[in-house]
Design a protein around this ligand. Structure first.
Ligand SMILES: [Zn+2]
Length: 220
């Protein structure tokens, strides 16, 4: 927690903004002004990027969840930066080759997440996972393309994924992904960040497998 003075009052903020929303560098924000909307429990902090090549101005938006009128909650949490200017995620060429659709859908989901649309983002990550796993399986078994496309994701993982690590991680990713699309959550203590984390593992294992295959082909 850090304190900020607005008028004569001090307020607790979860942190100072530490990233410029234009150049995305980590910065020590030069605070220009801070204002509070007491009705909506929002603090806007206008700050400039100190980098000579940037110097742009951003707004950090903080919100306070109220417990009640007397106990005013745990202070203000940094919610997002204006302008919202998400960085596109980076993909390895191997993964992009296995599943161009995964790259496209994952990128869209991460944009939705950056715009605060977490529900949509979760569904998007689940869809990205499905394309990744199915395209990976089709790459390994091109003759079974139609069968793989038509099957449910869980069945594809069970039947067509041989690599132990990919299989086990993809299964967990599918479980978490289904939570994003179903009405009732099964894994209540897990969230969208856990889903992204497991998808990253699946991608990592696929990447390792592809790279290993390339090496073994080159050096027989
Ligand atoms: Zn900057």
């Amino acid at each position: 927690m850090v304190k900020v003075k607005i008028g004569t009052e001090y307020y607790d903020l979860s942190q100072f903004p530490d990233e410029c929303s234009h150049c995305h560098h980590a910065v020590k924000a030069e605070v220009i002004s801070t204002t509070m909307n007491a009705t909506q429990n929002i603090i806007d902090m206008v700050f400039a990027c100190p980098r000579h090549t940037c110097k742009r101005v951003s707004v950090a938006v903080f919100k306070r969840e109220m417990i009640n009128a007397i106990e005013k909650g745990k202070g203000f949490q940094l919610k997002f930066l204006h302008p919202r200017n998400p960085v596109d995620p980076v993909f390895s060429e191997h993964v992009a080759e296995v599943s161009p659709q995964y790259v496209e859908i994952f990128t869209q989901a991460s944009k939705a997440e950056a715009f605060g649309l977490e529900e949509i983002a979760g569904v998007g990550y689940r869809k990205a996972l499905e394309f990744l796993v199915k395209d990976y399986c089709i790459t390994k078994n091109p003759e079974k393309e139609e069968e793989i496309k038509a099957k449910m994701l869980g069945a594809v993982i069970d039947t067509h994924v041989d690599n132990h690590n990919i299989k086990q991680c993809a299964k967990r990713a599918a479980w978490l992904g289904n939570d994003e699309t179903h009405y009732v959550r099964k894994w209540i203590e897990k969230d969208i960040n856990d889903l992204k984390g497991v998808i990253r593992l699946v991608v990592g294992w696929i990447e390792q497998e592809v790279q290993t295959e390339i090496l073994l082909k080159e050096m027989q």
